[in-house]
Ligand binder design. Sequence first.
Ligand SMILES: C[S@@+](CC[C@H](N)C(=O)[O-])C[C@H]1O[C@@H](n2cnc3c(N)ncnc32)[C@H](O)[C@@H]1O
Length: 288
Amino acid sequence: MTDMDPGTYYDEFAEGEWERLDRDPVTRMEFENTTDYLAEFLPDSGRVLDAGGGPGRYTCWLAERGYEVEHCDLSAEQVAIAREKVAERGLGDRATCQRGDLRDLPFADDAFDAVCCLGGPLSHVVDDAERADAMAELRRVARGGHASEASEAASRESAGAPAFVSVIGRFAMLRDVVQFSLEDAHGLLAPIAEDGDYTAERVEKLGSGEGWAECHGFRADEFEAELEDAGFDVDRLVGLENVATRTKRELADADEAALDDVREVVRTLREDRTAVDFSEHMLAVCRA
Ligand SMILES: C[S@@+](CC[C@H](N)C(=O)[O-])C[C@H]1O[C@@H](n2cnc3c(N)ncnc32)[C@H](O)[C@@H]1O
């Protein structure tokens, strides 16, 4: 059986994770749609957290725009790659990368003017209680999110820092099983549909024994409710790939005009609730 621990998985996946967001038209849509919202809702300047930042694509994007960025990730290999990418671009004076776990972030209360947790890190915290802790941690370190009585009162008066959180969609996970591993792993469909959890135990019992990193696939309503339980105000949910979900092969040979039309319809539909629900990744734009 493969090791489905997220830290180990991303250590081994290494540079592949840097390539991910520029690998094909669909992953580029994830990046482009995410950065559209960052550009619109980030403050003009300040200190930004990139939690579960992996190889540092967003860290570099943020530092290139003048933000002071703190990156952290569970995987030592991903932290090493992020440091390299930051150094190659001459961004070392604006971005710091370190190991850190979402469930116990190594930062002070109210430390950041904006918080990012993008591309699915929270989906890899499969245990419900641990995921609630991780969401509470993201809010704690965001300006205005630390839950003392004084700061609760202050944050009611002035909006807290923005938070940008994206996770993996449950329907897209189910499509993966149907599309790529139906023969070996159809037994996983019913339990994932029920609670979203893709775990080592289930893959051992109901699948082929070979698996990807453990993961929780979200429904849109569930994602919003969990963020609200952690104290975030959710401004909007965005389906980052929506109708283009899992169309990498179909789009590989598409000409530019066709691709432009696909990108345009994804942009048009990206805040439609149904499009959010069946997207590979859903982004929440929130306030702490
Ligand atoms: C799909 S990658 C996304 C990386 C990056 N944010 C991006 O979008 O390119 C998910 C990342 O979450 C990290 N991760 C998973 N569980 C984590 C945890 N508990 N704390 C911190 N990082 C975690 C993994 O190591 C991995 O680098």
